[in-house]
Design a protein around this ligand. Structure first.
Ligand code: GDP
Length: 444
C-alpha cells in the first residue's frame, strides 16, 4: 500500500512517545526525520516532503496540546491533519450520467482501470459503457472486451478501424443507452507529441466531464512531467493509482496530484475487475497510520454479502457480530471473505490489525483457500445441525463419525475445528472493538 513504510515506521516512533505527556524538541525532530525518510523512499517529491515536514514541525512546536492529551495522540493528530491536507479530498464523481476520459502511458493500467471503474459504477446502480479507442497497442481491444464481459458492462471497440477519434464518436453513439461512458485511450512508452495530439482530438469529440490520469504506483519522479503535460493538453481532474498491491511506493502519484492540483479518484489493488477502491482520504490515512479503515471495510463487507447471495432472513452478519459465532456462520464468512479479496488486505482495514498484529497470526489464519473451503463444506455436510450450532460440544467420537461420513480424515475435521476457533477469536476481538469508538479515542 502507498507509504506503507510510513505507517509502520511512524507507528514505531510514535510508540516511543507512549506515556509521555510533553514532547521535547528532539522527539519532534525524530518524528519529522522519520516522516521525511519514509516519504522520500516512497518517491514523494522532495519539495513536497519538506513542505509537509516543516508544517508538522511548526505545529508540534507551537501548538499547545489540549490538557490531558498524551503527546503521542497530539502528534498523531497533527500528522493526520497534515497528510489529509496534502492528499486532499477524493476526485468528485457524482453518481449520474457522465463521460470520463482516461489518459496515461502504455502499461499504466488504463484498460484494466476502465473495466474496473465501469464495474464500480455498475455496483452503484448505474449503466456504464467502456469505449476502447486504443488502436496502438496490439491486444488492447481483446483485453477490454474480455474484461468488460467479466465486469458485465457495455463495451464498444472496433479492431478494424485505426482511427481512434472515429471510434470514440461511433462508440458514444452505439452505447447511447449507457449513462456512464468511460473512454479508454492509447498510451505510448513515453510522452510523444503524437500521443498528445491524439488525446486532444479524442477529447474534442468526447467532451469529458472528468479526465483522469492513470499512473502506476511504482512510477517515481517521472510522474511530475507526465502529469504536467497531460494537464496542459486536456486538463487533469484526478488520478487513478494502479498496482498498489505490488509496491509500497506510490509517492510519484502523490506528486502528480500536487502537480495537477487535482486529487485521487480510485486505487487499483489487483488484476481482477473487482480490485478497485474509491479513494477515501480519511480512511486511507487512518489505514496508513495503522488505525484501520472502518468505512472501507463496511463497503467491502456489504459488497461481498451481495455477491454471496445469501438470503437475508437466512443469515444476518449483524447477528454474527453481536451473538454466538457458529460453524454455519463460519461457512458463510469464508464464502464472503473469498468474495472480498485476499484476507490480509481485508485485515489491514480492521482497526488494530494493520500494525503488525496480522504478522503474528499463524499463516493458516490467512489461508482460506477455495480448496480448504470445499473440504470444510464437505465435512460440515456430515455434521448435525446441533453440532454446527455448538461446535464446542464436538468430541473425539463425533470427530471420528464426521470424518467417516464425509470421507475425510480426523485430522481434517480437527483442522476445521481449529480454523473455527481462530475465526471465533478474531470475531470476538472485532466485537470488542466498538467500531468507531476506538477511532475516536485515538483521534482525540
Ligand atoms: P494500459 O496499457 O494502460 O491499458 O495498461 P493495462 O490495463 O493493459 O495494464 C498493464 C498491466 O498491468 C496488465 O498486465 C494489467 O493486468 C496490470 N494491472 C493493471 N492494474 C493493476 C493493478 O491494480 N494491480 C496489478 N497487480 N496489476 C495491474
Amino acid at each position: 500500500m502507498v507509504l506503507d513504510d510510513l505507517g509502520s515506521s511512524l507507528r514505531g516512533t510514535l510508540d516511543k512517545l507512549r506515556g509521555k505527556s510533553r514532547l521535547s524538541e528532539e522527539d519532534i525532530e525524530e518524528i519529522v526525520k522519520e516522516i521525511q525518510r519514509s516519504l522520500l523512499s516512497a518517491d514523494v517529491d522532495v519539495s513536497l516532503v519538506m513542505e509537509l515536514s516543516d508544517n508538522i514541525k511548526e505545529r508540534a512546536l507551537e501548538e499547545e496540546p489540549p490538557a490531558g492529551t498524551p503527546a503521542r495522540d497530539f502528534v498523531l493528530r497533527i500528522v493526520y491533519e497534515e497528510l489529509v491536507d496534502l492528499i486532499g479530498e477524493s476526485t468528485e464523481l457524482p453518481l449520474e450520467e457522465q463521460t470520463i476520459l482516461l489518459a496515461g502511458l502504455q502499461g499504466s493500467g488504463k484498460t484494466t482501470s476502465a473495466a474496473k471503474m465501469a464495474w464500480w459504477f455498475s455496483t452503484k446502480g448505474l449503466r456504464p459503457a467502456v469505449i476502447q479507442t486504443d488502436t496502438f497497442r496490439p491486444g488492447a481491444y481483446e483485453q477490454a472486451k474480455e474484461m468488460t464481459e467479466r465486469a458485465e458492462v457495455d463495451f464498444y471497440g472496433n479492431p478494424d478501424n485505426d482511427d481512434p477519434v472515429e471510434i470514440a464518436r461511433n462508440g458514444l453513439e452505439e452505447t447511447s443507452e449507457a449513462d456512464v461512458h468511460i473512454v479508454d485511450t492509447a498510451g505510448r512508452h513515453a510522452l510523444e507529441d503524437e500521443l498528445i495530439d491524439e488525446i486532444e482530438d479524442i477529447e474534442d469529440v468526447v467532451e469529458p466531464d472528468t479526465s483522469l490520469l492513470v499512473l502506476d504506483a511504482a512510477i517515481g519522479q517521472g510522474a511530475k512531467d507526465q502529469a504536467q503535460q497531460f494537464d496542459e493538453s486536456i486538463g487533469i481532474d484526478g488520478v487513478v493509482i494502479t498496482k498498489l498491491d505490488g509496491t509500497a511506493k506510490g509517492g510519484g502519484a502523490l506528486t502528480a496530484v500536487d502537480q495537477t492540483d487535482s486529487s485521487i479518484a480510485f486505487l487499483g489493488t489487483g488484476e481482477e475487475v473487482q480490485d478497485i477502491e474509491r479513494f477515501e482520504p480519511d480512511g486511507f490515512i487512518s489505514r496508513l497510520l495503522g488505525m484501520g479503515d472502518l468505512s472501507q471495510l463496511a463497503e467491502r463487507v456489504e459488497r461481498a454479502m451481495e455477491q454471496t447471495e445469501i438470503e437475508e432472513d437466512d443469515w444476518d452478519p449483524e447477528d454474527m457480530l453481536q451473538g454466538q459465532f457458529t460453524l454455519n456462520d463460519m461457512q458463510k464468512q469464508m464464502e464472503a471473505m473469498n468474495n472480498m479479496g485476499p484476507l490480509d488486505q481485508v485485515m489491514d482495514m480492521i482497526p488494530g490489525f494493520g500494525g503488525g498484529i496480522k504478522d503474528q497470526l499463524p499463516d493458516d489464519a490467512m489461508d482460506v483457500t477455495q480448496q480448504r473451503m470445499r473440504t470444510f463444506s464437505v465435512i460440515m455436510d456430515s455434521m448435525t445441525e446441533a453440532e454446527k450450532e455448538y461446535p464446542k460440544a464436538i468430541g473425539a467420537s463425533q470427530i471420528e463419525r464426521i470424518a467417516r461420513g464425509s470421507g475425510t480424515s480426523e485430522e481434517q475435521v480437527r483442522e476445521l475445528l481449529e480454523q473455527y476457533k481462530m475465526m471465533e477469536k478474531t470475531i470476538k476481538q472485532f466485537q470488542g472493538m466498538g467500531s468507531d469508538k476506538e477511532m475516536q479515542r485515538m483521534m482525540q
